[in-house]
Write a protein that binds this ligand. Structure first.
Ligand SMILES: Cc1cc2nc3c(=O)[nH]c(=O)nc-3n(C[C@H](O)[C@H](O)[C@H](O)COP(=O)(O)OP(=O)(O)OC[C@H]3O[C@@H](n4cnc5c(N)ncnc54)[C@H](O)[C@@H]3O)c2cc1C
Length: 409
């Protein structure tokens, strides 16, 4: 068993880390200060464009894409430490053109997009010239079950007509968001997993209205936003269907495999930075005559955080390695395992970091509340914990049923 980074990952890691320390982390405070804080419309602080140009010039761009024709050509295992580094900063993923939901949307276009779709939308996304949104979740139905989606994407002649209401469409409030992927029912009589289509909708198409940006713990995640979006008789050409009618569920599932692992890696980076801040604070602040680190059970808190992060990282790396070697389908249990473990570990570590910071931990002077929100969101987004636990249990029981010669069930 070799725990060392590959030479390629080591090289990218060193360069990315240096860039983060020298360019991104020092820009964070001014970036957040320049945001307006309201519900939109928003502007992007100019420092992002400057940092993007520099990162691209240094080859730190589209690192998530495994296909060398489109991205850096790194395996999941090689990308893992890089995503973790990016997770240390809330602004870093966009700087390297590696932020959700654009990463997942680009992967969809690489895998299922037609040549004209790639030319029109993938090119500008790869350039970081536009941003995108993924409109699957609906307020009216339990959306952890993708087959529940009730919005419609009816094929009428040369057009597809979209109707329905989506929410939590992340990134749709970004001023550069130019394209959304919409999931809707095309054939209600088809088998449950073959009813939906994924359709490309240019933002601004008549009938598509961003009704509001939905706050998370009172924060709008400016300048990305999580939109509630209505679609009323929105008409786009039939060629905007991705991969053909009826493939929506398949694309939704395919999109989530790599996306989940990227989130897990980033949230481990957030946990690591939280522990770093926790230790800095615990070593430098004194109460009752001693540094906080030496008071009560705070040493145990630090040790427990270190152990939990290491376990989460190893499991994430194992899942990444399995995706590379045996494929996403065979790694389904491990992907679900890390999707539960990483956000829960991160949430607990970040919570402890907030605690050690006292009142400061709850202020915006540190990134801790934003990290906490990110970890908490991930316990619901891309499948709630319970759905993943259900899948892990199902696969485990299936294995034992087979061993015992029992029916699949
Ligand atoms: C900040 C944020 C950003 C998001 N970004 C996007 C985005 O860009 N695009 C998009 O389409 N969606 C996005 N989502 C939506 C997210 O993926 C959904 O919220 C999630 O899939 C759950 O769907 P739901 O909210 O309808 O919960 P429901 O399906 O109503 O589930 C509610 C709860 O029921 C329980 N539950 C559900 N299933 C089971 C089960 N099998 N076993 C036991 N308990 C169960 C769980 O406790 C679950 O949390 C985002 C969400 C958030 C909060």
């Amino acid at each position: 068993m070799d725990f060392a980074l590959s030479p390629k990952a080591r090289d990218f890691s060193a360069r990315l880390s240096a860039f983060l320390e020298a360019q991104v982390l020092p820009a964070e405070a001014a970036y957040f200060k320049s945001l307006g804080g309201g519900p939109g419309p928003w502007k992007v602080p100019p420092v992002i464009a400057e940092l993007k140009a520099k990162a691209r010039a240094e080859g730190l761009w589209n690192l998530f894409l495994h296909d060398p024709d489109y991205g850096a050509g790194l395996s999941n295992l090689d990308y893992a430490p890089l995503a973790e580094l990016m997770g240390r900063s809330l602004i870093a993923p966009e700087v390297f053109n590696c932020n959700a939901p654009d990463t997942g949307n680009m992967e969809v276009l690489v895998k299922y997009g037609s040549e004209p779709q790639k030319a029109q939308w993938l090119g500008p996304l790869l350039d970081g010239a536009i941003r995108s949104a993924f409109c699957m979740t609906e307020p009216a139905v339990a959306s952890s079950d993708a087959t529940n989606m009730a919005a419609t994407a009816e094929v009428r002649g040369d057009e597809v007509v979209l109707n329905g209401r989506k929410w939590w469409s992340s990134g749709v409030g970004h001023p550069d968001c130019a394209i959304a992927i919409f999931m809707g029912v095309t054939d209600p009589t088809a088998e449950r997993h073959a009813r939906h289509s994924m359709v490309l909708v240019p933002v601004g198409t008549p009938g598509m209205v961003i009704e509001r940006n939905v706050p998370v713990f009172g924060n709008f995640d400016e300048p990305y936003g999580h939109g509630e979006v209505s679609f009323t008789d929105v008409r786009v050409p039939r060629e905007n269907i991705i991969g053909g009618p009826g493939r929506g569920f398949e694309i939704a599932q395919g999109r989530l495999g790599p996306g989940r692992i990227h989130h897990c890696m980033r949230v481990i980076g957030a946990a690591e930075r939280a522990l770093e801040l926790l230790c800095e604070r615990a070593l430098t602040r004194v109460a009752f005559g001693k540094p906080l680190a030496l008071l009560g059970g705070n040493g145990d808190v630090i040790a427990n955080a270190r152990m939990a992060i290491e376990q989460a990282r190893l499991l994430t790396l194992k899942a990444a390695w399995m995706m590379d070697t045996v494929g996403v389908k065979a790694a389904m249990s491990e992907i679900s395992q890390i999707k539960v473990v990483a956000p829960n570990v991160a949430q607990a570590v970040i919570d402890q970091a907030i605690q050690i910071h006292g009142g400061a931990g709850l202020s915006d002077d540190f990134p801790l509340t934003a990290f906490f929100a990110y970890a908490r969101i991930l316990r619901i987004a891309d499948g709630p914990d319970e759905v993943h636990r259900g899948l892990i249990a199902k696969l485990e029981l299936r294995r034992h049923a087979a061993r015992l010669g029992l029916p699949k069930g």
